[in-house]
Design a protein. Structure first.
Length: 309
């Protein structure tokens, strides 16, 4: 079993020769150690830090995903110049707690960053994430253009693309999206959050958006996904506009299977837009067909808990 960093470098290293990792090698690096039986934990309560801590405990504890000496890249959504109460970016208390848990698990270094849509300096500050992540001990760099390198993604729609170098060098990726409505794709959850790890003309991905975000998932293969549903954006996504566009759920979910957690996220987001089942979303179907996870979020262990304040 190769580690995640070597896995990515093996794929990316094929760029010069136009080579791709064989399917049997892909099977040797599954997204989930337990496959469809991996637990999905959904925890509700008034304290975001306690929600993250308990959700991670229920899926095995951070030591299951992070080893001593690891460099861990934590990927929240920092894309928009919005305050936390508008639900357009990941809750800063959620990010702070993830960083703390990763360091407590023995990580050598934690990097928190996003290739933002609005001005990065404003997004990092206005979202509250820069201050929170640094307080917990993370490095919070801006994604400078010079640090992106052309990389062989090897996907159906995304073949070669610029990827942030520190993501390629990291031992683990922990994906920390916020659950949001999206005007084009219907929803934006963990798979779409991975677009913040690449540079270039990302608007070109929107021509085949569903396929593109599954390509990114197949390449980056996060070790753990923690979905922020403390406040979800139910209208005018992905950036929202007012507090009225957000709904407070006081919930955090965790799972190693990003397809499963996105399928669950659809059920809490899409009520305002017809209540479509996860199977109606092309990116869910595609990811499941590629063997990247299961859309049956109740498969295996589905754990719901409520924490008292």
């Amino acid at each position: 079993m190769i580690n995640r960093r070597d896995f990515i470098k093996t794929i990316a290293g094929g760029a010069a020769a136009g080579a791709f990792l064989p399917l049997d090698r892909l099977a040797a690096f599954p997204l989930s150690p337990e496959g469809a039986g991996s637990p999905l934990a959904v925890v509700t309560g008034p304290d975001p830090a306690a929600l993250v801590t308990r959700a991670v405990e229920l899926v095995g504890g951070m030591n299951t995903f992070v080893s001593s000496g690891d460099v861990v890249f934590v990927k929240p959504n920092i894309s928009w110049d919005r305050p936390p109460e508008q639900g357009a970016t990941t809750n800063p208390a959620v990010v702070e707690t993830v960083v703390r848990l990763v360091l407590e698990a023995g990580a050598k270094k934690v990097i928190v960053a996003d290739n933002t849509c609005n001005d990065a300096r404003r997004c990092y500050v206005h979202s509250g994430i820069k201050e929170a992540a640094e307080k917990a001990g993370a490095d919070v760099p801006f994604m400078e253009k010079r640090k992106f390198v052309e990389t062989n993604i090897g996907g159906k729609a995304v073949r070669k693309w610029d990827v942030y170098r520190e993501v390629l060098d990291a031992d683990k990726i922990i994906n920390v999206p916020v659950a949001k409505h999206h005007g084009l794709s219907g929803v934006t959850l963990s798979m779409k959050n991975l677009m913040g790890l690449v540079g270039g003309a990302r608007n070109r991905m929107h021509q085949r958006l569903d396929t593109s975000i599954v390509d990114l998932l197949a390449f980056f293969r996060p070790s753990l996904t923690i979905l922020d549903a403390v406040r979800i954006l139910v209208e005018h996504g992905p950036q929202g506009g007012t507090i009225k566009d957000a709904r407070k759920l006081d919930t955090v979910a965790a799972c190693v299977d990003p397809v499963k957690i996105d399928a669950w996220g659809i059920t809490i987001l899409d009520e305002a837009h017809g209540g479509r089942p996860p199977a109606d979303f092309a990116f869910i179907r595609d990811a499941e067909e590629r063997g990247l996870g299961t859309s049956d979020f109740r498969a295996g262990a589905f754990i719901e808990q409520t924490l008292d304040g």
